[in-house]
Design a protein. Structure first.
Length: 168
């Protein structure tokens, strides 16, 4: 009988140890991030698209946590455009949505209008999420074109320039 109890206790210890090891593994996670060089390529491609279309803009890329990774401002872009581009990118990554998709549902009088009061949030078109393999790795923001639709198009060009590099 004692040997059966010993075997049971050993099996229980092994089971508990394995469960603890598995729980410890699940307590951590791994994320992917853009390299600064990749972020800079996206920023440059977006700015070149806007420039080719006749617009002077600023472009910012933030990481998945909203920290600025790369920024470019074209020579004649307004003084407000670098901060506006950064805020658009920050808003996209913070709310996990393209900023053009946030404009209407957050207008005054809607249930979600309160998010417009979040410090740093900017509900204007021109901020797009950057996804890699179904996971957000950051966002790109463009400011300076006459409207958010054009800013979005330039941001998409920035993402397209790095898409092959970040696909997995």
């Amino acid at each position: 009988m004692k040997s059966k109890v010993k075997i049971f206790v050993m099996a229980l210890v092994i089971s508990v140890t394995a469960s603890l090891a598995q729980a410890q593994e699940q307590a951590l996670f791994t994320t992917k991030s853009l390299t600064p060089e990749t972020a800079l390529r996206a920023v440059n491609a977006a700015m070149q698209k806007c420039r080719a279309d006749g617009y002077q803009v600023a472009v910012a890329v933030v990481d998945r946590m909203g920290n600025l990774q790369a920024m470019l401002r074209d020579r004649f872009a307004g003084a407000h455009t670098p901060e506006t581009a950064r805020r658009k990118a920050w808003t996209a990554t913070s709310f996990r949505a393209n900023t053009s998709d946030l404009v209407t549902p957050t207008q005054a009088g809607t249930r979600q209008s309160g998010v417009r009061h979040v410090p740093g949030a900017l509900m204007l078109g021109g901020g797009l999420l950057i996804d890699a393999g179904g996971s957000s790795v950051g966002a790109i923001g463009v400011s300076g074109a006459p409207d958010g639709v054009i800013d979005d198009a330039c941001a998409r060009a920035g993402i397209a320039a790095i898409e092959d590099d970040i696909s997995f």
